[in-house]
Design a protein around this ligand. Structure first.
Ligand code: C2E
Ligand code: MG
Ligand code: MG
Length: 703
């Protein structure tokens, strides 16, 4: 079906109207609905109603011209296509018509039906295209305004660049009257980014990238640097030669700052602000890569683990613990040179890379220096806190990966921990084997503790005056049938892994239950006691007194029948805190004995701060090798004399020969324990010993 089109003809010559009407009717391509306004005024009224698709306006309209009518009727607003009809061609009129936005200019003479139809068709399609374009432009303008982007449009042929109002506004600039040159833009780009921006533009113009996308810094009028995302697309001619490149800039400073923050957070420890594990791994990787190229390059890696840091958190607060970590980080940092890296790997572990340090001696000296840095107390929240650290050291080797190095340094740290902490160790291969077997033992121990497979044996403690059994020391034993492991091997593992807490509880409860069972036998002395060893690590647990008293209640045993043994070395750490804990149980009647006396500081002054009832002389003095005999006898003698003056009982451990027993009795020693009397035996075997008279004759012949 033919397209229909409503046409207004403004024509003061009726003949011309008739001709036009006929011309339009004579063609069949379009269906024209023609309205006629015979003069200027009538035409103006119709035009203002805006009802028509096309306006045919005669140039001569009485006193007026058709152009006057266009001006007055349409103003500058959007208009439908207007075709000016004239008697003859006139270039001046044509120019004026173009300036007014008249779509076409047709000479009436010789105009035929097809020509008129064609003029109208072209005019409508041209006008539609213009309307569409205006709409698109309007939409684009709205979109860019909404997107808050600044627009740029660079004509590569003229070298001029259009920069939008918003483009300038982003940088705090006033929009100039004239178009700019690309340099006006580039002058504002950060010198460090400029070359790359230009390279990115060139690369896109050369067709190597699909579009331009580049982030760079640009100077704001206030002197600050903004981060700007610059995007663009080239327009190319038929030969693919770029003729124009246009795009936008967007202020992404906020986003950039947020991203920077995230990137920083991803690579740093939030508490101390030090590099974290990821950043450390990256730096170590760089050093290793360098050392592959240059075998002289390398570094020392140190792992610093604080000793018993958990205590700080438990005894004070996590806030204090955090503040202490920050203070430690700062102190460690002070000991380092600018090229070194210190990272916090989480918890109480710090790792240091000492770039360029490739000698073991140097690394050891540095590690000692770091250990020394812990000598001075840390002042946190009005408290003086003393912390020590165990330091593992290893040196990079081109054949080792970062992972292997970190594992080695961990092993070395572990080694220094095992040696009591507060010291450092340089990795060597034998450490590895030791650690592996220790790990194996630890997992076996865990299994044994979890399944309550740890057995308890009991060793008699005999009163040397009455010859009676006074107590039985409970001693933990590795599960029967397993490849044997002595307490001196598995107890340190239990202490270090924390398993000692459960193990200690198990031994305590088992011993108290055993005592209950023996008591029910007639042969057992009515005041028989049990001695139970308590580890330093158990004393870290503030719940210990409660657990001990709870176990006594559960077993129905009076507190006086339980004796706790703590070693001398335990007292050396934080005596005040330990005395508080033991006081809680001793106040209830539980006895306290100092174990292995003579192996620690033998500080008798320290003894006075604790409610000890007895001390046990270490078997190293009682049962010494022959050449040390005299000295040891002197020690034993003076220890007994001293204990007596302090009103303490003395038990000699490790009595193996009748001669030793004689000597001890002669010196006035109260009790003895040792293989001569009995080795540790099972609960069942204890039964056979209960009624025993241990020292039958004046010659104290042992059984
Ligand atoms: P300890 O508390 O000083 O226990 C005495 C140790 O001396 C025991 O070693 C015992 O078997 C050994 N002994 C006794 N008489 C003689 C002797 O005449 N000659 C020799 N050479 N040794 C003798 P054991 O059972 O190997 O235990 C070693 C250490 O392990 C204990 O020393 C104690 O410190 C610790 N331990 C054992 N069981 C436990 C436990 O349940 N908890 C804690 N915390 N430590 C325990
Ligand atoms: Mg003991
Ligand atoms: Mg002992």
């Amino acid at each position: 079906m033919a397209e229909s089109c409503r046409v207004l003809l403004v024509e003061d010559d009726e003949d011309d109207f008739l001709i036009t009407r006929d011309l339009l009717a004579a063609q069949s391509r379009m269906l024209f609905e023609l309205d006629w306004s015979p003069d200027y005024e009538a035409g103006l009224v119709e035009i203002r109603r805006r009802l028509h698709d096309v306006y045919l306006i005669d140039y001569r309209l009485g006193r007026h011209t058709g152009l006057d009518l266009v001006r007055e009727g349409f103003g500058s607003g959007p208009r439908a296509p207007v075709i000016l009809l004239t008697g003859q061609g006139d270039y001046e009129i044509d120019l004026e018509a173009t300036a007014l936005g008249v779509t076409d200019y047709v000479v009436k003479q010789g105009l035929d039906s097809a020509g008129l139809e064609r003029a109208i068709r072209y005019a409508t399609s041209h006008s539609r295209a213009l309307t569409d374009l205006a709409r698109t432009q309007e939409r684009y303008a709205l979109a860019t305004r909404a997107a808050n982007d600044g627009i740029w449009d660079w004509d590569l042929l003229t070298g001029r660049i259009y920069l939008s109002h918003r483009w300038y506004a982003i940088l705090g600039l006033e929009e100039p009257v004239d178009d700019a040159e690309p340099d006006n833009w580039f002058e504002l780009v950060h010198p460090d980014d400029l070359l790359q921006l230009r390279a990115a533009i060139d690369s896109h113009l050369a067709g190597r990238t699909h579009h331009l996308e580049f982030e760079c810094r640009m100077r704001h009028v206030d002197g600050s640097w903004l981060w700007v995302l610059c995007r663009g697309l080239a327009i190319r001619d038929a030969d693919e030669t770029p003729t124009r490149i246009a795009g936008s800039i967007a202020d992404i400073t906020q986003q950039h700052v947020a991203e920077e923050r995230l990137r920083y957070d991803a690579l740093h420890d939030a508490l101390t602000g030090l590099p974290n594990r990821a950043l450390l791994a990256d730096r170590l990787d760089q050093i290793l890569r360098r050392s592959i190229r240059d075998p002289a390059a390398g570094c020392a890696v140190m792992l610093i683990d604080l000793d018993r840091f958990k205590l700080v958190n438990d005894s004070f607060s996590h806030t204090t613990g955090d503040q202490l970590l920050v203070a430690i980080a700062a102190r460690l940092n002070e000991s380092l040179s600018p090229g070194d890296t210190i990272a916090r790997l989480g918890g109480d572990e710090f790792t240091i890379l000492l770039d360029g340090m490739t000698s073991g001696a140097q690394a050891n000296a540095k590690a000692q220096e770091l250990c020394d840095a812990f000598e001075q107390p840390f002042h946190i929240a009005g408290q003086r806190l003393f912390v020590r650290a165990s330091i593992g050291v290893c040196l990079t080797r081109p054949d080792l990966t970062a992972g292997e190095l970190l594992r080695n340094v961990d092993i070395a740290m572990y080694d220094s921990k095992q040696r009591g902490g507060g010291t450092h160790a340089l990795f060597d291969q034998t450490m590895h084997q030791r650690v592996v077997s220790r790990m194996t033992h630890e997992s076996e121990l865990r299994k044994a503790v979890e399944r309550s497979l740890i057995a308890v044996h009991y060793q008699p403690i005999v009163d040397l005056k009455s010859g009676r059994l006074t107590s039985l020391e409970a001693l933990a034993r590795w599960p029967e049938g397993w490849p044997s492991l002595s307490p001196s091997e598995f107890i340190p593992i239990a202490e270090e892994s924390g398993l000692i807490v459960a193990l200690g509880q198990h031994v305590l409860r088992t011993a108290l239950e055993a005592l209950t069972a023996w008591q029910e036998l007639e042969l057992a002395p009515p005041d028989l006691c049990v001695n139970v060893n308590i580890s330093r690590v158990q004393l870290d647990d503030p719940a210990l007194p409660e657990q001990i008293l709870g176990a006594l209640t559960d077993a129905g045993i009076a507190p006086e029948r339980l004796r706790l043994e703590i070693t001398e070395s335990t007292l050396m750490h934080e005596p005040e805190r330990i005395s508080r804990i033991v006081a809680d149980v001793c106040d209830q009647g539980v006895g306290l004995e100092l174990d292995d006396f003579g192996t620690g500081y033998s500080s008798l002054v320290a003894l006075l701060d604790f409610p000890f009832r007895a001390l046990k002389i270490d078997r190293g003095f009682v049962n010494p090798s022959a050449e040390e005999d005299d000295v040891n006898q002197a020690i034993v003698r003076s220890t007994i004399a001293l204990a007596q003056s302090l009103n303490l009982q003395v038990t000699a451990e490790g009595v193996e020969t009748p001669a030793q027993l004689d000597t001890l009795r002669g010196l006035g020693c109260d009790c003895a324990q040792g293989h001569l009397l009995s080795p540790p035996v099972s609960e069942l075997d204890v039964v056979a010993l209960l009624g025993e008279t241990w020292l039958r004759t004046p010659e104290h012949e042992p059984r």
